[in-house]
Design a protein around this ligand. Structure first.
Ligand SMILES: Cc1ncc(COP(=O)(O)O)c(C=O)c1O
Length: 319
């Protein structure tokens, strides 16, 4: 140690040397945020999969949710046509996304009989970014976001990246009625700092849509507790039932609601990176949320202009 620059006394009166600045720099070890601490050991399923692949065994991966790897191809001509639009030499970004992109998104909903106001649409570069924006809007560090079990595992990570806690609620399989929300659990558990509840409609990996009954229950649950509802509808088009259960946007919900979707699954184009969320619910809450989201989005402006300009052509030809 290179001497003490000045000295101090601790509580018992012992003189303790104050380290020099150089010494402090020498001793301090750079540390990283706990938010990005990962257990990178492969789990038993990954190890098993790796072994099968090493042995050149054929594997049918039912967890594959990348359409490009599942044999879906969007028309190359349409992609080219979309990408060669004129205004791409301009840069006139809008925090919610370019008006033509938001109009195209409302056309997607119109096709399915749902009216959406383009001013309620916020474009993002992916669904993960949409989640991140909403978690920033809704929670302070330590607040809680309720996520369903079983569901899309990525959500828990996205929650913790925003220094929020992940609370869980359960979907239970019932013979005859399928996957239902465990209401007893929600009704009897105290969630002191819960700010939002997430549902995936239809859910990944169960493929189940929420019943009309469970939807009403969750909307009331959130409205009564001052929580927002975040609904991931990225797989909404993929319905194997005779009638597709409606989007949460089909009616104005009674709580502040954000409905997520994107080209990743609706057009089978995860590589073009255009997703969005639509804000719905009581108008005073919407207004308040939008005034904050406009500023938040303005600091990122992350969606590529090329894809936004191409959006009307891509949506128009999606069928
Ligand atoms: C439920 C769910 N939400 C979101 C995503 C990711 O979508 P994006 O490519 O828009 O980030 C996936 C990906 O498989 C998913 O399963």
């Amino acid at each position: 140690m290179n001497g003490a620059a000045c000295e101090g006394k601790n509580d018992s009166g012992t003189v303790i040397p104050r380290p020099t600045k150089d010494f402090v720099y020498f001793m301090r070890k750079l540390s990283f945020s706990d938010r990005v601490f990962f257990d990178t050991e492969p789990n038993s399923l990954s190890r098993f999969l790796e072994r099968l692949r090493r042995e050149n065994r054929e594997v049918l991966d039912l967890t594959e949710s990348n359409p490009a790897k599942a044999g879906f191809r969007f028309s190359l001509d349409t992609l080219r046509e979309g990408m060669l639009q004129d205004p791409v030499t301009d840069y006139a970004p809008h925090p919610r996304g370019l008006p033509e992109a938001r109009e195209a998104i409302t056309a997607y909903y119109r096709d399915r009989g749902v009216r959406v106001d383009p001013d309620a649409v916020y474009c993002t570069s992916g669904t993960s970014e949409a989640y991140a924006m909403l978690f920033k809007l809704l929670g302070d560090p330590g607040d809680e976001i309720l996520v369903p079990v079983p569901s899309y595992p990525l959500i828990e990570y996205l929650v913790s990246f925003e220094s929020l806690h992940c609370g869980q609620f359960y979907l239970r399989y019932q013979r005859g009625s399928g996957w239902r929300v465990d209401r007893d659990f929600l009704d009897t558990t105290c969630f002191e700092r819960a700010k939002a509840l997430v549902v995936v409609h239809p859910n990944n990996p169960t493929g189940s849509y929420l019943s009309a009954d469970d939807r009403r229950y969750l909307i009331d649950f959130c409205a009564q507790r001052g929580m927002a509802l975040i609904v991931d509808e990225v797989f909404h088009d993929y319905c194997f039932l005779e009638t597709r259960p409606s989007s949460f946007l089909a009616e104005e919900p009674g709580c502040l609601t954000f409905v997520l979707n994107g080209f990743s699954k609706t057009l089978c184009l995860p590589q073009v990176k255009l997703s969005w969320y639509v804000i719905a619910g009581p108008s005073d809450l919407k207004r308040e949320a939008q005034s904050r989201l406009d500023i938040l989005h303005d600091y990122y402006l992350s969606v590529n202009t090329l894809i936004q300009v191409a959006a009307p052509i891509l949506v128009g030809k999606r069928k």
